[in-house]
Write a protein that binds this ligand. Sequence first.
Ligand code: FMN
Length: 159
Amino acid sequence: MIRDLLRRELADVEYALRIKHEEIAKLDARRARLIERLRLPIVYYSLTGNVRRFVEKTGRRAYQIPEIVAEPYILVTPTIGFGEIPEPVTEYLREYGGWLRAVAVSGNRNFGPLFGVAGEKIAREYGVPLILRFELAGNDEDVRKFNEEVSRIDEEVTR
Ligand SMILES: Cc1cc2nc3c(=O)[nH]c(=O)nc-3n(C[C@H](O)[C@H](O)[C@H](O)COP(=O)(O)O)c2cc1C
């Protein structure tokens, strides 16, 4: 008799524990989603795919111009037409430049003094740091540096 009662109580406790575990798993998933939302997204433009490949390697949430983000973001853009900012990027910044927190630029060293100049121009005009100038789709070291810089800005923005 007493054993039956104990068995029933044990079953109740095990059931309650299972419910709690499920709740914790749900809270963990929600926490992960919130942390992901707090990390700054990338907004990028890519004409021939190099910037897109770079952005994919960073593993960050990313939006391709003309997609709109109504939150702070990091811009990644190529330099085109001999030191120029691509026109869609200029237009996007005119509209949403207020959310810009930093810029990274792709280019090609063959352009000598014009290497990545679009990034310099944007940084100057919008008063944000140029956190990285990389060639083509970037290498592992570029991706590491980029993520390191962006993580620092993440902390500043969410503090
Ligand atoms: C017409 C043209 C002009 C370019 N002008 C420059 C330049 O002035 N400075 C530079 O650093 N890179 C220049 N580049 C190189 C691009 O910025 C580089 O290839 C970049 O990775 C392209 O990115 P995307 O493939 O995402 O469009 C130029 C490329 C093209 C095709």
